[in-house]
Design a protein around this ligand. Structure first.
Ligand code: DGP
Ligand code: NA
Ligand code: NA
Length: 245
């Protein structure tokens, strides 16, 4: 892109994986790493009096009384169980209510759509958004129910038009290995047969935003280092305005 078309923004980073792949732990770690590296570089440039950024900022930096700078990164989780739709989804996952399979699928998708305006606003202000699950989970889980008519193509339809991730990190783990990591919980879908079908579906959903990482490559630190190494160039490209729209 030409310099005049450069748009500096936050990156939209999605983490996906089967249950027990370590996804939620890794999302938390990724957020901490992004925030601490940002504060390290911010304090480095503050303490460097020859830094040109301080000269450029004269006259254009916010006054001390104005709003604080936006966060460099935030962590979201889908489904977002805090909205009106999300509370219904939460009840469904805890099996306290039943719902038609097509209807609940549309509600999971609606739960992503209802957050999309806020998501785009965060990216535009330069905040990187990490999402613990997104539309790939939506399709992989519903299609794994094996309900006639609710195949992959049908499942993808309601998510058309959602903001697309800049990067999707898929934490790959054999469902048999995942089950050994402490067993499944009480929620709907948390059984080996379902999870094996979900894992197979995920593999059919890979697109050009995906990087697949082995969730069993080493300890938690090794996986989080690998994720950070994958994410950093994408965050930098978005911040520099060279990542495309
Ligand atoms: P979590 O809060 O990350 O444990 O996710 C809750 C469960 O809901 C998990 O088993 C995955 C499943 N899930 C997440 N998103 C969707 C979706 O859009 N549709 C369906 N059917 N299931 C989903
Ligand atoms: Na779960
Ligand atoms: Na999770």
């Amino acid at each position: 892109p030409t310099p005049s078309s450069t748009i500096r923004r936050g990156a939209f980073i999605v983490l996906e994986g089967v249950d027990r792949s370590g996804k939620s732990t890794q999302c938390t770690r990724l957020l901490a790493k992004l925030l601490s590296s940002a504060s390290a570089s911010a304090s480095a440039s503050r303490s460097d009096p020859s830094s040109s950024s301080s000269a450029i900022n004269v006259g254009s930096s916010p006054s001390p009384s104005s709003a604080p700078a936006p966060p460099l990164a935030v962590l979201w989780r889908f489904p977002d169980r805090t909205t009106t739709i999300g509370r219904l989804i939460d009840s469904y996952l805890k099996s306290s209510v039943e719902c038609d399979d097509a209807a609940i699928h549309l509600l999971f998708s609606a739960n992503r759509h209802e957050k999309s305006r806020e998501l785009l606003a965060l990216l535009e202000q330069g905040t990187t958004v990490i999402a613990d699950r997104y539309a790939y989970s939506g399709v992989a889980f519903t299609a794994a129910k094996q309900v006639p008519g609710l195949d992959l193509a049908w499942c993808k339809q309601p998510d058309v038009g959602l903001p697309e991730p800049d990067l999707t990190v898929f934490l790959n783990l054999d469902p048999q290995e995942a089950a050994k990591r402490g067993g499944y919980g009480e929620e709907r879908y948390e059984n080996l047969e379902m999870q094996a079908r979900v894992a197979a579906n995920f593999m059919k959903l890979q697109d050009n935003t995906w990087t697949v990482l082995d969730a069993a490559m080493g300890d938690v630190d090794a996986v989080s280092d690998a994720i950070y190494a994958t994410v950093t160039p994408v965050v930098e490209a978005c911040a520099a305005g060279t990542a495309g729209p």
